[in-house]
Design a protein around this ligand. Structure first.
Ligand SMILES: Nc1ncnc2c1ncn2[C@@H]1O[C@H](COP(=O)(O)OP(=O)(O)OP(=O)(O)O)[C@@H](O)[C@H]1O
Ligand SMILES: Cc1ncc(COP(=O)(O)O)c(N)n1
Length: 266
């Protein structure tokens, strides 16, 4: 059994964060483990409070896992504070973590800031250079690069600018484009496009969390990056097509598309 770790925040409503990550991992047939960085009081309508877990406790959680279990891939989500990022970077270096997927969560769909603005530079300087692939959405890529991104051409420029910061691959997500959502993968040499038709739904809570956990699961399963992203894009598309109208706001993606379905067994 492949083992995948998520280092992220808890979403009490179960649509994003740790909860979306573990659901995605189960659907991929990998064993999910979690290091909780913050607890949010959240639902489909908004984020009503955040309590950060101390950097010491975050470091201890990572230590407890790596001292005992071989980790095949890691997904990093909400990491809101400077010391949190430092603690995570130190531990990942210490344990020579592999297959790291960074979803640089900054603002929730409901408009709540999940990354302390002071922590942006730590994210860029300490975490980005360690990762296998970083998966910013358009607003996140704008904050990281300082560029304005309105077109696919702009996305290419942003991917190249982020690549220089040190990750092995950059995947810029086009969920926020006006047009159909195209994601671009850059490996330092060429751009690959992953496109689908835009699904007409308001229920897209946790799409980024789901996509990054699907990529981490696929890397753990041994797929090369292009295949890992292609399969993850298929997974998120089905999860959005079947998104649930739970709650009064932005509903969550649905994780019924299991490994067994992919194998044609159910
Ligand atoms: N309406 C849609 N129809 C089809 N695919 C979509 C739609 N919205 C987003 N996607 C896809 O979902 C994935 C996540 O993209 P998105 O840009 O929404 O990430 P995000 O903003 O980080 O998500 P979140 O902040 O909710 O975690 C991408 O592969 C994107 O192309
Ligand atoms: C704990 C946590 N992590 C990540 C997100 C981003 O997801 P979204 O942008 O869909 O709200 C979130 N809302 N909560």
């Amino acid at each position: 059994m492949k083992k995948v770790l998520t280092i992220a925040g808890s979403d009490s409503s179960g649509g994003a964060g740790i909860q979306a990550d573990l659901k995605t991992m189960s659907a991929h047939g990998v064993f999910g483990m979690s290091v909780i960085t913050a607890v949010t009081a959240q639902n489909t309508q908004g984020v009503f409070g955040i309590q950060d877990i101390s950097p010491q406790m975050i470091a201890k959680q990572i230590q407890a896992i790596y001292e005992d279990i071989e980790v095949d891939a890691v997904k990093i989500g909400m990491v809101s504070q400077v010391d949190t990022i430092q603690a995570i970077a130190q531990q990942l270096l210490k344990y020579q973590a592999k297959n790291i997927v960074l979803d640089p969560v900054m603002v929730s769909k409901s408009g709540f800031h999940l990354l302390n603005p002071e922590a942006k530079n730590s994210l860029i300087n300490q975490l980005i250079p360690l990762v296998t692939v970083i998966t910013p959405n358009l607003p996140e890529a704008e904050v990281i690069t300082g560029l304005t991104i309105e077109s696919e051409k702009d996305m290419e420029e942003a991917a190249k600018a982020i690549f220089i910061m040190g990750p092995q691959y950059v995947l810029i997500k086009g969920g926020h484009l006006e047009s159909d959502p195209v994601d671009l993968l850059y490996d330092g040499k060429a751009i690959q496009r992953f496109s689908t038709k835009r699904i007409a739904t308001k229920n897209t809570h946790g799409t980024g969390c789901t996509l990054s956990s699907a990529i981490a699961s696929n890397l753990a399963l041994g797929f090369p990056i292009t295949e890992a992203v292609k399969l993850a894009k298929e997974y998120i598309t089905v999860a959005i097509e079947n998104a649930l109208s739970i709650g009064k706001g932005v509903g969550p993606t649905h994780h019924f598309y299991s490994l067994y379905q992919r194998a044609g067994l159910e």
